[in-house]
Every structure is written in C-alpha cells, then in structure tokens.
Design a protein around this ligand. Structure first.
Ligand code: DGJ
Length: 732
C-alpha cells in the first residue's frame, strides 16, 4: 500500500518510490502537515513542530491556557481563514450573516484503491501499468456545516502525489465560496528558491528563479486562460539545487483558466506554498447540498535535482494525462499554411502546397485560419463555422479528398470560443458574447468571447464542428484562442453569480472538447492560444500536442522549448520549420538549424514550399528522414537539458530506455574571433557500456563519456547546429 494510516486513523503517510508526504490530525482536529521529502518510515513527525508562545499569534478556544498552540504558527493542510491564522488561506467562505470565518477540523478519512476524478475537469487517470490510490480526508467547518474533502492521489512508481479539494454545503443556508485553492504546502524549515515560468506572447515560459522570503512571490492569471505570461506550474527547490543535485518540489495545476500560485515565508521563517483557482473575480454560490470541485495539483518530489523532476512530470503527463490514439502514436509531419499564405489562399494554392509537401515526405496539410464565413483578415467571420466555398473554390470535402489522394492527412483550424461582431452569429445572437450591460466591451484582435458557460452556445458549436468534421475527411483539428478574456458577464448567471463565470467558462470549454472527442476519437487535436497561451496540463488531456509559441525563430525557440521542458513532455510541443528572415524576429538561421530545433518537438513545417531552393528541398527530405529515425528516441526517450540557452551554445539530449542510444542537439548562439573550443557534457548513458560517438568517431565507456564529455573537432558558426549520436557498441 502506498498509503499508510496509523495512530487510530489520524496519521497519514503517502509513499511514492522515493518520497513520503505525511499529515497528522492532532487532538484539536487540526490537520498538520508534518513532512514532505525523501522516503521515510511511518513515524509521527509532529514532534518536529516547535511550540512557543508567540506574541500576537493567538490561541483557538480549545487550547485556551496553552499559549504555545497557535494556528498562526502550525504547518497545516487546510489552513483556516479568519480565526487566527494570519497567513494566506485556502478555502474562504462568506456566510449568510456576512461573517467570513472558516475553521476546519478533521472528521474522518476514506481510502480508495484507484485514482479519483475531478468532476468536469481533467485529472490524472489510471492505466494498465499503474493504478493510483486515493485518500480522502474530511474536514468540517466548525459552525456552518460546510464540509471540505481533501483528496490525495498517489502514483507510487511515478513519484507523484496529487491534491484536490471538494467543498460541499451541508448546511441549511446558502454560502458563498469566495476562494477555493487546491493545495497548501507548509514547510517548517529550510531555505527555498521558487522557479516560475514567465513571459509574453511569442516568448513564453522562461524560467525565473527567486529566493523565497517574507515578501510574497506570486504568479497567476486573470485572463481566462492559463496565459502566455505565467504558466500554472512552478518548482520550489533548495537554493543549491541544479539539474542533477538537490531537493526539488514541483507543483503543476491541471487547469486552463485563472489561477494563482504563491510562496512566502511567515514571521517564523516557515514557507507556505499555495496553488489553485485565482480568487480575484471568483465567487461561487453553494446552496444546500451543492458541491464545488477544485482542479487537481500534481505534486512531485526529486531528491536529485531538476532533471529527475522533469522526467517524472514528462512520464506522468504522457502516460496518465494525454489520451487517445495519438497519446503514443507517431504524429504525422505536418505542413501548416499559416506562415505560408496567411489569409490569402484558395484551393489551387493549397493543393499546390499539398503536392509539394507529399513529394517531400510531409504527411499532413493543415488549413489554418480563414476558410470559413467571411474572413480575409482577422476582423470578421469568427463564429460562422461554414466553409467559404467561394473563397476556397471548392467544398472542404473536395479539398480534403484531393489532399488524401496525395497520400496525406488533412487538418483544419478552429477558434470555437470566439466571435467577431462582423459575423452572422453575432448578428443573430449578440447576447452570446461576453459584454457587461451598459459598458462598451474591450476588443482584442477585434474579437469578442463567447459565453461558453451557456449550453446553447456549446450546442451550436458542437453542431457546427460535427457537421464540418463529418462531411469532410479531417484528421486533425487545431483549436486556437486568440485573446484574453475580460468584460465578463453572463446573462445566465446575472446578478450575484457572475463570480462563477470564469470557472464555468472553462468547464464549458472542457465539456465541448470532451463531446467532440467522444464523437471523433481518432482526431488529432493540437491545442493553441496564439501559440502557447494555454499550454497547461489540463489541455494535454484533450490535445497531446500544443502549438508551443507563435514565435518560430529557431533561436527564440531554444528559450521557449527549454522553459517548456521543465514540466511538459517533448512530444507535447508543436514545433515547425518556418521561412527566413523569420516572421517574428527577422533573424536568419540556417535551414538545418531550424530543422534541428523543430525536431525536438511535434515536428512540422510552416512555409511556402514553392519558395524554397532545391537545396532546401533536399534538406526537407533529410529532415523527414531524421524525424523517422529519431522519432521514438525524441518522443519516448529521457530528455536532459545539457546547457541552457543564453550562453555560447545551447544543448540538450535524449537517451533511450535501454541506454543504447543517445542524441544530443547543440546549437551555437554566438560567434567569436579566435574561438575557444566547444566542449559539451554527456548525460544518461550506462557507465558500463561502450559507446561510439558520431562527432569524433571515438569509443569510450559511458562512464568516461559522462565524466570527460566531448570536444567538437570543428566549431559550428553562429546559429549553426549539430546532431551528435552515441551508440552502444553492437547496438547501432
Ligand atoms: C494564432 C496561432 O498561434 C497561429 O498559428 C495561427 O493559427 C493564427 N492564430 C491564426 O489566426
């Protein structure tokens, strides 16, 4: 059993292969967090808590007379709110009488021999290799009869513990849930750094590392998507932690909307870390008997650095979050027409692109924005999901058939959640768009947002998408979102329930995705939000690949893909070779380098094949051959960050499960006169096997390669790249 219960049902140990998470419900029913770290025995560690009479930290009524017992100082699983813990709380309530106290006490527990599900939202699921276990701890609010169930999932072999929260109103009175975070982690001792992944449109997920102190470190989103700006995943680690050394704790939220995540030391130097739904612009009315489910947080611990932590996340997300035919299947190499044509295309142009692509070995043509309604630029047409046959010069079916006849698959772009004011849909249903009565709405990309919390909106979208996908041979859908939300107001939840709408919006998105995939289970879905604005664990449940960024510049991509790799599997990162000068940065990089960078993702192209040189055409063929050769190593192998971007070169590596084969990509990012040698390190080999290295034809043991590394015999030029292979002798 991964979950141990002792001390009369009050001591809980959650064990994974290498970690233990411990809680203890004390005599007053406070659920103490006593330990999270490397695996230990099942001994009650509440004696690690130091009790002292702390000035201005009061005592709960039960402990009167004991001035050393204060909620303000104890490490807890579900901190109370407004009753003496002055730190950040998790679950806040507004009672009918206007009071806001929430005092949660332990009531009992339950065990389940499988994983739990979160209603209406994605969560990690059991597979044939590993079934999770679940502990549900029931906490009851002292006065209001609100019950909070703390859900803990354990995937023992994966070193993963999950948390979620369920709130149920057992009382007679309505109650307003004004905050519902999914996870609180209290660390009594230690110094920590917090690594967050921050950025902006076209430059997503750069790691930012800060020391946790008494000044609160907080990230989050209020954009209705998880956002380009702050990714809903972060790492708390020892200040000395590196790729290969030190304690690291990951927190990854399975949610695609507004979130918060923070870390702060309290007055006594204890660190509290929280994650969950963003409390700003959130409130949820719970009538008698109603339940609210908070999204899941995936926790993982590594005692030996960031690389191991990433491996654990890559594995759990690939094997227990991604689903469907393409969870493991090889994804087709695609050509997307966006940067090739933008809105300017017709059947002839697309077929010509398809023909060129087929000849070179590309396996799928994706028709991006502009095929529907009246849409020759981004000012109109969203919502009118009817093919514009006049523009195309054919039906989608005819076009799809022609592409299929070339031996290729056919993909199509949608942006279901959006509406243009210049559209028939808006003219018919203006109330379907978010707009606050009496206020002029803010436009972004000149578009408005549909109220996805409404059943009629979702029914319309499902009907339209089903019709399109049923009547044309479509193998892939790119699901895009091109603005942040604001002006939130739903006619359905008018009055005092508008605080529910951001959350109900994303539940509506999940619901539509689920229905679509139920109807078309074999479609490959690629998530997208102006590139990587909704790159999160929840979206991986529906789309095993997500367009990583609208920035296709190979050098900027080094940063973006590097940052993304801390949590998300390589197979989830959509990455394409595009034209130069690059459309976002105007940088010129070689075709080879663009290929090498894109190969370390879900590979494809995004350029006009009619405009490339004969030499480049040959390189496309070579790159596709490389894709087939290295696909399983890259998508299923273990990934190592070797040298981060920002230095003279950036390198990363993949090693197969048997450690017979390793592939390192090295990209030079600067050039210098009288250059110093380029020496790179090697990771993940088996020390006792001998390996041949393709870069210098030398054979050494894995131990030697990993100890001494490799010096390149020639120095690549600026923005040039090399692929280096290590093959175990006799295994080439
Ligand atoms: C943003 C996406 O990230 C692009 O790839 C493209 O699909 C455009 N939207 C189309 O509007």
């Amino acid at each position: 059993m991964a979950i141990g219960v002792g001390k009369g049902g009050r001591l809980f140990n959650l064990h994974t292969k290498d970690s233990t998470y411990q809680m203890y419900a004390d005599e007053y029913g406070i659920l103490l967090h006593t330990y999270y770290g490397r695996r230990i025995d099942e001994e009650n560690l509440s004696d690690l808590i130091f009790h002292a009479d702390v000035g201005f930290s009061g005592n709960p009524p039960e402990a009167v007379g004991d001035r050393t017992y204060s909620l303000d100082c104890l490490p807890q699983e579900l901190p109370s709110d407004g009753v003496g813990d002055y730190r950040e709380s998790c679950v806040a309530l507004l009672h009918k009488d206007g009071s806001m106290a929430a005092d949660y006490r332990f009531e009992g527990y339950e065990l389940m021999d499988s994983s739990y599900k979160v209603a209406g939202m994605p969560s990690l699921y059991d597979n044939e290799e590993e079934k999770g276990e679940t502990l549900v701890i029931t906490m009851r609010e002292k006065v209001s009869h609100v019950v909070v169930r703390l859900l803990y999932g354990v995937f023992e072999q994966e070193n993963v513990i999950t948390r979620s929260v369920q709130v149920e109103n057992y009382g007679e009175n309505e109650i307003v849930l004004s905050k519902c975070l999914s996870c609180c982690l209290d660390f009594q001792y230690g110094e920590y750094d917090l690594i967050t992944f921050v950025g902006r449109h076209t430059l997503e997920r750069s790691p930012e590392r800060n020391r946790v102190g008494r000044t609160k470190l907080e990230i989050g989103s209020l954009r209705g998507t998880s956002s380009h700006q702050y990714n809903p995943a972060m790492i708390l680690c020892a200040p000395e932690a590196t790729e290969d050394f030190g304690d690291c704790y990951g927190l990854c939220l399975v949610y695609s909307s507004n979130f918060t995540a923070c870390a702060q030391k309290d007055q006594r130097g204890q660190t509290r870390v929280l994650m969950g739904i963003q409390p700003n612009h959130f409130s949820f009315l719970l009538k008698k008997g109603e339940v609210f489910d908070a999204p899941q947080v995936i926790l993982s611990y590594s005692d030996s650095g960031l690389a191991k932590l990433s491996h654990q996340y890559h594995k759990i997300l690939r094997e227990h979050m991604c689903r469907g035919k393409y969870q493991c299947a090889k994804r087709p190499v695609l050509l997307n027409n966006w940067e090739a044509t933008y809105f300017d295309f017709n059947k002839e142009k697309l077929i010509s692109l398809g023909e060129q692509a087929a000849e070179l070995g590309i396996e799928m043509l994706v028709l991006d924005d502009g095929w529907f309604g009246k849409r020759d630029d981004d000012n109109s047409g969203l919502g009118d999901w009817f093919a514009n046959e006049k523009k195309l010069g054919s039906s989608l079916k005819e076009l799809g058939d022609r592409i299929h006849a070339l031996g290729m698959k056919f993909g199509l772009w949608f942006e279901p959640e959006m509406i243009s004011e210049n559209s028939n849909l808006y003219r018919t249903h203006p109330d379907w768009a978010f707009m606050i009565p009496g206020r002029e709405p803010n436009r972004a990309r000149n578009q408005l947002v549909l109220d996805m919390s409404r059943d009629d909106v979702r029914e319309y979208l499902l009907e339209r998408m089903t019709d399109i996908l049923e009547h044309a041979p479509i193998d892939y859908v790119k699901w895009d979102v091109n603005r942040s939300l604001c002006d939130i107001y739903s006619h359905k939840y008018a009055g005092n329930r508008n605080g529910e709408v951001y959350h109900r919006f994303i539940l509506g998105v999940y619901d539509l995705l689920e229905h679509l995939l139920e109807r078309f289970p074999d479609i490959l879905l690629e998530g997208c939000s102006g590139g990587g604005g909704r790159f999160d664990a929840a979206m991986l449940y529906y789309s095993p690949q997500i367009w990583c960024s609208d920035n296709t510049d190979a050098v900027n991509r080094l940063y973006i893909q590097y940052g993304t790799s801390f949590f998300y599997p390589i197979s989830s990162m959509g990455a394409h070779v595009s034209a130069v000068p690059n459309h976002q940065t105007a940088r010129i990089t070689s075709f080879r380098t663009r290929g090498h960078v894109a190969l370390s993702g879900s590979f494809g192209y995004e350029l006009d094949l009619n405009k490339i040189t004969d030499e480049e055409r040959e390189m496309v063929k070579e790159q596709i051959a490389e894709f087939h050769k290295y696909h399983s190593l890259i998508h299923e192998g273990t990934y190592y960050r070797i040298t981060p971007p920002g230095g003279r070169f950036c390198a990363w590596e993949f090693v197969d499960e048997k450690k017979d084969h390793a592939l390192q990509t090295l990209v030079m990012t600067s050039a210098e006169g009288n250059p110093l040698p380029v020496h790179t390190i090697v990771k993940g080999l088996s020390p006792d096997k001998d390996y041949h290295c393709s870069a210098n034809n030398q054979i050494h043991s894995g131990r030697t390669w990993m100890g001494a590394g490799l010096t390149l015999s020639a120095i690549p030029g600026e923005y040039e790249s090399v692929l280096i292979e290590w093959n175990a002798m006799g295994k080439k």
